[in-house]
Design a protein around this ligand. Sequence first.
Ligand code: 13P
Ligand code: SF4
Length: 309
Amino acid sequence: MLAAVSIAEEILDLKRQRRAILLAHHYQRPEVQELADVIGDSLELSRKARNFQGDVIAFCGVWFMGETAKVLNPDRIVVAPDREASCSLVETCPVEPVRAFRREHPDHVIVSYINTSVEVKAESDILCTSRNAVQVVNSIPPEKPILFLPDRNLGNYVKRQTGRANMEIWQGACMVHATFPARRVAEARLEHPEAKVVAHPECPESVLAMADFIGSTSAIIEWCAASDAGEFIVMTESGVNFSLQRLAPHKRFFYVPNENCNCSECPYMRLNTLEKLRDCLQRLEPRVEIPEEIMRRALAPLERMLALK
Ligand code: 13P
Ligand code: SF4
């Protein structure tokens, strides 16, 4: 405990020296979220990264989120605690097949989920996050065919919500959300009959069909805090518990383990520790560095998304 306190102090000290801001996604370890200047979902963190004044952005999330911050802040230093903090969606969507699709289908609008590499973003027409995916697809003229990538569950959810028939969907999946079994949600509902079910749209359709509310991580947190209900079965990464307990300490939240790790933690997100955060602020490494041409091409679809209100 004593060691953890002193690491926290070192981090706060380094943060001041470096004129750094610490951004943390909701899936970070609680001790990392504790030190953050801003905790948020991918959309909120992108917006914060754009408006930041200072020299260094320390991004506690996964690597593609740091890349997004760098694209929005090409003149600032962006560091992240662990270079290996990838994402199964990024891994299922290499850039070459996306380039090939673009060549073969020049009429298609490519809508990329923010959970993609910066190279894939550079091949895209517009980006989206789980919070604004429906809005983004609705902003595209109905006659234009779409390729939505890479998350199939989010893509199918957006297709159902928008009624858009001319939308092809990449077959990527999140290793955390896509492996939540509907059977376990049904069991949790039997155990907690008063509880509302809230789910991230990366969950399978069978899980979403049981949900009282579907939304991004921040939207889930806001909905639970505002709800009259006192109990919730939460179908997303259990790091959201940090903000849920802060905002609604009198309510009860239950997490359903998935089939991958028998937990609901993202192994990539959990790679970031206080020790690695301190070291990255000290050494300013690992540092997000992206070729200028890729940054320039990735900025356009990102700006198009951010311009939507
Ligand atoms: P949010 O857009 O809700 O932050 O989700 C990001 C993510 O990685 C979900 O698994
Ligand atoms: Fe990627 Fe899934 Fe982890 Fe989110 S929870 S960062 S989508 S692997």
